[in-house]
Ligand binder design. Structure first.
Ligand code: LLP
Length: 402
């Protein structure tokens, strides 16, 4: 089974379900997961899909069906994961900035937790002491890549407990006899440089000996995917080798081998997803030809929010002459997907596809301008199944007091 959808399949789905529509390809997810498990076959590893990338329950069920576990960033994501059928011990809750009551709720649901502030760690100790295992999220002081919006381990990041407050963590561990099972770091998303992961591990090696109950090290997510022509994906084989070498150089002083956890989001979902949209209007000006689509940053925020590049193709005119277009949305704000992008000649009514739209695409969508969210379709075994209906006008009124 091919690991990408053909433009013919995408056109057919657009015809059946309308546009804009998000389309996800199950077999692609399987392929990415296999790359991870094959590369890390010689290391005791657990993979938790970072479901903030995409939480459609059908996708969660699919992720479960291939044996992957799940990482959540809110207690509602935890509830979705449980609803999708994950066993609590296969669910991880890595929170930040949350009220302690959410941690209590997650513990009530029996899932693994990583805590990322001294304040919540203290509350956790006072309430649960040694009775529930806990992970501690650290801020390792590592800058990953150049994009501050998606780099999370540096010295000004809000995430994790700064590593220089280790003595305070240890004071709490002693005071409440905490059962610290996991140390967690996540340095960011779209990390090209493998040595960032190695640096993270090295930071942890210095402090691992101080936690006698440790059984796992959680290195978070952040593997790079290929967004642009010529981009490379994280070399997972090489990463696995580096991780293996780092661990064999530093056996756990308490004698127990440490399990390695990862929380990949993009790596599993990004290239498995497509956003198919239709061209509403063409506008010629002195300098620019605009193609205005029936979508906008309300559906795909990444270009405007991160300056992210998404490959765009005109699947209705694949052999048309290539010309420059500024591709925009229909939102009453600047919502440019691409400036002066070379695309096969665009005509009103053509279908344009955004690639790499599976992770943080639908999931970051909104109802801005009172526009409805798109439909979602999952293709599995060659069959396209609607997994979320397109919203309707009535959905905009839901919860409003009329
Ligand atoms: N673990 C933690 C604790 C995280 O905060 C994240 C992402 C992940 C795992 C998964 O990272 P991934 O493997 O997907 O890179 N919305 C942005 C990316 C920010 C993700 C935030 N946390 C984007 O569209 O590029």
């Amino acid at each position: 089974m091919s690991e990408s959808l053909t433009t013919e399949q995408l056109k057919e789905i657009a015809g059946t379900f309308g546009t804009p529509v998000y389309v996800y390809h199950a077999e692609h997810i399987n392929g990415q997961y296999k790359k991870l498990t094959a590369a890390f076959a010689r290391t005791d590893t657990r993979f938790f899909y970072a479901c903030k990338a995409l939480t459609n329950i059908n996708v969660l069920r699919h992720i479960k069906s291939i044996g992957c576990q799940v990482d959540c960033s809110s207690v509602n994501e935890v509830k979705l994961a449980l609803l999708a059928g994950f066993e609590p011990e296969h669910v991880l809750y890595t929170s930040n900035g949350i009220h302690f009551s959410e941690i209590e709720e997650a513990i009530g649901l029996g899932v693994n937790i990583n805590i990322d502030s001294l304040s919540n760690l203290q509350k956790f100790g006072a309430r649960f002491g040694h009775s529930y295992p806990v992970g501690v999220r650290l801020r390792p002081g590592i800058m990953a890549g150049g994009n501050l919006k998606i780099s999370t381990g540096h010295d000004k990041s809000k995430f994790g407990i700064p590593i220089d407050q280790l003595d305070k963590i240890l004071t709490l561990v002693n005071e409440y006899d905490l059962l610290v099972r996991t140390l967690h770091i996540h340095t960011g998303s779209d990390i090209q440089d493998l040595d960032i992961f190695v640096k993270g591990i090295e930071v942890l090696f210095d402090i691992i000996p101080k936690f006698r109950d440790l059984s796992s090290i959680d290195l978070g997510g952040g593997f790079k995917v290929s967004y642009k022509e010529g981009d490379v994906e994280t070399d997972i084989g090489l990463l696995a080798k580096k991780v293996r070498e780092a661990f064999s150089d530093h056996p756990n002083p308490n004698g127990k081998p440490l399990q390695v956890w990862f929380e990949p989001g993009k790596f599993l979902l990004s290239a498995a997803g497509y956003l198919v949209s239709e061209v509403n209007v063409l506008k010629e000006t002195n300098t620019t030809t605009f193609a205005g689509l029936n979508t906008g940053f309300n559906h795909l925020l990444r270009p405007m929010f991160y300056d992210a590049y998404h490959r765009i193709e005109n699947i209705s005119n694949p052999f048309g002459p290539v010309k420059p277009y500024t591709i925009t949305g229909n939102i009453c704000e600047t919502d440019t997907f691409a400036w002066d992008r070379m695309v096969n000649e665009i005509r009103e009514g053509d279908l344009l596809v955004f690639y790499n739209a599976g992770a943080y695409g639908f999931e970051m969508s909104s109802n801005f301008n009172s526009r409805v969210k798109p439909a979602e379709v999952l293709v599995k075994d060659g069959k396209a199944q609607l997994i979320r209906k397109r919203e309707e006008f009535e959905d905009l009124l839901r919860n409003q007091i009329l």
